[in-house]
Design a protein around this ligand. Structure first.
Ligand code: AMP
Ligand code: MG
Length: 337
């Protein structure tokens, strides 16, 4: 009997240690860092399918980069901009469809036909210059996104000289696709970081929430604040990300489509928190263009589905009420409801 009890104990201990070992494997991270879409990316998945999921995710990023980059001669967008018509791949058609929907939804603040203006300022080549008023006026006539007709995968520009630029939405679409790959692979916990634009899957393996740091627009290495979150994309737009200085002024890469100039709306950065990465990316660019007042109103009118963190040129943080218990900052903060 004594012998039987000790055998049972050993079996129980083995079973228990087996369980503990399995849990340890389940929380093992698999991570890859690489450069794509002009930025450093880190893709991390936890659990036993993590390795395969991260590999598939990296492959997807490279594929999307090669399709969507308007500056790369081999891309689908480059040849579409050259010829004005194409039968697109499902991914490119899907990004363009979303971009056109956000053009409508934001009343044109998000404009996927902004490419000719990006080129005029030199943002496509890094040969920056401040264009003349006259050339801006002339080029603005080419940024008519409503002259793009898209039916399923077939696209046609109804205006000579029209060109698309999906830089304001591509990373968000990418992170949402990577989350889909993770889910399809059975991964329950993961983190995608595309150059500071983050999308989280599930909770951390220890059951706690992710702590996402939001970059400070001007103080390198410092943070605006930290957000506790799960299953959300946290995507930021700001003029600090890409700009040049001329005549003692800073000119950045987010263009107000109504003027053709870098948006000067009193905001230094806009962060959108949402389940859908594509939405978060499109709206971070759009609300940056809108500025504090219009962005606040836009959130009030469409508050279901996303939260905002606005950082003003006056050093004030404005957050929507959904974030009041999860966002921490040392800066003065207003909560909007
Ligand atoms: P983001 O960092 O997501 O705000 O995207 C900025 C990029 O979006 C720029 O580098 C351009 O490629 C593109 N872009 C600039 N202005 C706009 C705009 N008003 N609407 C849509 N895309 C824009
Ligand atoms: Mg964006």
């Amino acid at each position: 009997m004594k012998r039987l009890i000790s055998v049972c104990l050993i079996i129980m201990l083995l079973a228990f240690s087996g369980c503990a070992q399995n849990n340890a494997i389940d929380s093992e991270p698999y991570s890859k860092e690489f450069f794509a879409m002009d930025t450093y990316m880190t893709v991390t998945a936890y659990g036993k399918n993590g390795k395969a999921a991260v590999k598939a995710a990296k492959k997807k990023v490279k594929k999307l980069d090669s399709l969507l980059n308007a500056e790369s001669k081999d891309s689908e967008i480059y040849s579409l901009n050259e010829s004005g018509e194409a039968i697109l791949s499902d991914d490119t058609a899907s990004v363009l469809k979303s971009a056109l929907d956000y053009f409508e939804f934001t009343g044109g603040a998000f404009n996927p036909a902004i490419h000719p203006i990006m080129r005029l300022w030199g943002f496509t080549t890094d040969n920056f210059n401040v264009p003349t008023e006259e050339s801006i006026k002339k080029t603005l006539k080419l940024t008519k996104a409503d002259e793009i007709s898209l039916k399923e995968n077939k696209v046609k520009f109804n205006l000579d000289g029209l060109e698309v630029d999906l830089g304001g939405i591509a990373k968000g679409y990418t992170s949402s696709q990577l989350i889909k790959i993770f889910k399809d692979s059975g991964v329950k916990s993961g983190l995608i970081n595309l150059g500071g634009n983050v999308q989280t899957l599930g909770l951390k393996p220890d059951g706690s929430e992710w702590n996402v740091a939001i970059n400070h627009p001007y103080l390198s290495g410092e943070y605006l604040g930290f957000l506790k979150t799960h299953d959300k994309a946290v995507i930021t737009s700001g003029g600090y990300e890409r700009n040049f200085v001329a005549n003692s002024r800073v000119y950045h890469h987010i263009i107000d489509p109504s003027t053709g100039y870098p948006a000067e709306s009193g905001l230094a950065s806009v962060t959108i928190v949402a389940e859908d990465g594509t939405l978060a990316d499109a709206l971070s660019t759009s609300l940056f263009v809108m500025g504090e007042e219009k962005a606040t109103q836009f959130w009030r009118d469409n508050r279901n589905g996303f939260d905002v963190i606005l950082y003003t040129d006056d050093n004030e943080v404005i957050i929507s009420e959904g974030l009041k218990d999860s966002f921490s900052t040392e800066l003065q903060t207003e909560v909007i409801s």
